[in-house]
Ligand binder design. Sequence first.
Ligand code: NAD
Ligand code: DAU
Length: 349
Amino acid sequence: MKTYLITGGAGFIGSNFIHYMLKKYKDIKIINLDKLTYAGNLENLKSVGNNENYNFVQGDICDRDLVSSLFEKYDIDYVVNFAAESHVDRSILDPKTFVKTNVLGTVNLLDVAKKAWESKEGFKSYKKYVQVSTDEVYGSLGETGYFTETTPIDSHSPYSSSKASADLMVKSYFDTYKMPINITRCSNNYGPYQFPEKLIPLIINNCLKGKALPVYGDGMNIRDWLYVEDHCKAIDMVINSGSVGEVYNIGGHNERTNLHIIKTIINYLHENVDTSINESLITFVEDRKGHDRRYGIDPTKIKEELGWYPETKFEDGIKMTIKWYLENKDWMDNVTSGDYQKYYDKMYN
Ligand code: NAD
Ligand code: DAU
């Protein structure tokens, strides 16, 4: 029975990953370590709360004593680090918090895992640390070309620079100590349980509440969208079969402008929910500082080496996603109560 330490498992991708893994494997144990920041929500994991293969621990990845105690209590085989401050706009307002969690937290996890896993003979081959990183570390593309694993790191925002720094620390544990690691770099995810500070759930929520839809700049920035379950499948494959020390890019060639995404959501809701939801809600606002123009992943390596491919077409995934938010209005109301409004007013008013 393999034991996974999943960090940040109460957030968007982490909670989807825990659901994916507990559905797929009956013989694994998952320890979910999450600080429960504004972005962490145990509601996301309500249906697995009583699963005997799942344990939740509230705490900070920067807390050395706590992380060490988990390695003492459990025979951890894999660390999968999702824990992060993940929102670019917040990193522009407050870079330090990003450095603390994303860089120092990662180093703490690496160091405790190294101490627990290293022996005179080196590291056991079946142990692995997986860093869940992002395509944003590569910077911004022009109109052509894609990010490959050898594209130079050229991060721009405090968020992406903190993730790039963390990636380099993970790499250093492989290069220096031969600790078994992988780094995954994925494009923009969408799906259930995403916090409505991010484009897709924010637009769905604002449409349903009749609020303005804020479009940064000219709305022609491009992101490469991947359904979250396809990301979870890729991470599982990297844990099991990824070559130690390697980076894997994850993306499904689903490039869309922000305006295209927003209009797709408007059209669906106009046709299926309320005809008063229409393009008059679109409001162009000041551009994000240092806004990356285009992201596009070349997923050839993970496809050829591990046989991964994305199963969900964007046209299907976006409908499934909108339907999920329509069926889970209580979830949206809960996460947009409290401090959310303060954040929203600071950002958009
Ligand atoms: P999220 O913001 O939804 O969730 C982050 C989770 O980490 C939350 O549950 C939060 O409580 C927890 N957390 C934050 N600081 C912590 C700390 N110090 N100790 C313990 N837990 C802490 O983020 P997400 O969108 O699910 O992203 C997960 C990971 O995937 C991040 O590392 C992010 O950089 C990366 N990523 C995200 C995307 C995307 O499109 N969302 C794409 C590529 C990579
Ligand atoms: O590429 C992977 C990254 O994708 C992850 O590493 C990050 O954790 C994740 O947050 C996401 O970053 P983005 O900055 O691309 O996502 P966001 O949803 O914030 O914005 C998507 C695009 O939409 C971006 O070009 C900015 C624009 N946008 C966003 C918001 C919130 C708007 O035009 N209006 C908005 O209100």
